[in-house]
Design a protein around this ligand. Structure first.
Ligand code: PMP
Length: 366
């Protein structure tokens, strides 16, 4: 036996920089304000929590492998056909399944410069080539995407709104993108933050999915519904795409407690509305307060904001991160997104938001 011979992952796998989640700990003692992972400060709907607990007596049983109750509940809320919904263990799983179904060695997948990190990981893991296109003012640039399309392009990911920039493109731009793509390219509209958007010219993509053969919309229960810990995502897709995903997904990819909690969460509209109202109140307030401190903030339509720090000794983003952490406030470093001068702050509870504003005021004065 030769010690140097061992199984090696497929080409590309070891070139992937592992996804690093937002930090959960501060360096300082005292109260922790974790605003690093775009989690809701409001928890989950009490009805979702009760539905989850009610599953505790039957953990020995396999769940329904087709997540029927959840697909029907989602379909009911959005007026969709349950047959055109596929559920996944977070929308991360859906993004990975889509990539593995449509991208292989020699194929290209396009996403934008500051797009969600999972796109690159998924494309590379599938053996494909990630193609990164520039953004304009930290916003998806449709012309840049269209210019990058080649005969090898198989998939295009657009997070709308995008994480971590918080920017979005209006729906006529999404339509223009779709119109310019070859019919064999899959356009994935990642609408993880759709519920938070309050803009007349925004649509999550439902209509475009319904009227085309090459568009998929992905959604998540991790954000507004407060169920990140249960890993629930879904997509609305053409029949033939659902068929492909259902062939390659794990046969029981969602646990029963996730299915049950998801059903209860999506039906608790009052809870969702209160979460939207919280964000609507705090997003402009935090944005204005940070601007008043002299910080540049990218205008956001999501539940988070991108804060840009001055390129001045002692005042850069890593300095701010260290200062905030020592004061119990954890934001997200943006180096992995190619934005080393910025930190991303999730809109938190009133207390967490005030604490962050106060800590940043103190940081800028020191
Ligand atoms: N898409 C975007 C744009 C996101 O920000 C996230 C969460 N960070 C996801 C997808 C994945 O969310 P989940 O897997 O929890 O559904």
């Amino acid at each position: 036996m030769t010690a140097s011979i061992r199984p090696e992952p497929r080409a590309g796998v070891m070139s992937i920089a592992p996804y690093v989640p937002g930090k959960s700990k501060a360096t300082g003692g005292g109260k922790l304000y974790k605003l690093s992972s775009n989690e809701t400060p409001l928890g989950a709907s009490p009805r979702a929590i009760a539905a989850y607990k009610a599953c505790a007596d039957h953990l020995e049983l396999y769940p329904d492998g087709t997540s029927t109750a959840l697909r029907e509940a989602i379909a009911g809320q959005f007026g969709l056909s349950p047959d055109r919904i596929v559920c996944g263990a977070g929308s991360d799983e859906i993004l990975n399944l889509l990539t593995h179904a449509y991208v292989g060695p020699g194929d290209e997948g396009i996403f934008t410069a500051h797009g969600f990190l999972v796109y690159k990981i998924a494309i590379t893991a599938a053996g494909g080539t990630p193609v990164v296109v520039p953004e304009t003012n930290l916003t998806t640039d449709v012309d840049a995407i269209l210019a990058a399309v080649t005969p090898r392009t198989r998939i295009v990911f657009v997070a709308n709104p995008n994480n971590p920039t918080g920017t979005y493109i209006p729906f006529d731009e999404v339509r223009r993108l779709h119109a310019g793509l070859p019919a064999n390219v899959l356009l994935v509209l990642d609408a993880a933050y759709a519920e938070y958007v309050r803009r007349n010219d925004y649509e999550s993509g439902i209509e475009l999915v319904a009227t085309s053969q090459n568009v998929v919309m992905t959604r998540t229960f991790s954000k507004i519904y407060g169920l990140a810990n249960l890993r629930i995502g879904w997509c609305y897709a053409p029949d033939h795409v659902c068929d492909a995903l259902n062939r390659i997904r794990g046969p029981f990819n969602l646990g029963g407690p996730s299915i049950a909690a998801g059903v209860a969460a999506i039906q608790d509209r009052e809870f969702t509305e209160s979460a939207v109202a919280h964000n609507e109140a705090w997003l402009p307030r935090v944005t204005a307060a940070l601007a008043a401190l002299g910080l540049v903030v990218t205008p956001s339509v999501g539940n988070f904001i991108l804060i840009h720090f001055p390129d001045v000794d002692g005042k850069r983003a890593p300095d701010a991160d260290a200062f905030l952490s020592a004061n119990g406030v954890v934001l997200r470093r943006m180096d992995a997104y190619g934005l080393p001068g910025a930190l991303r702050m999730t809109i938190g509870s009133a207390e967490a938001n005030e604490a962050t504003i106060a800590a940043l005021a103190a940081f800028l004065k020191v």
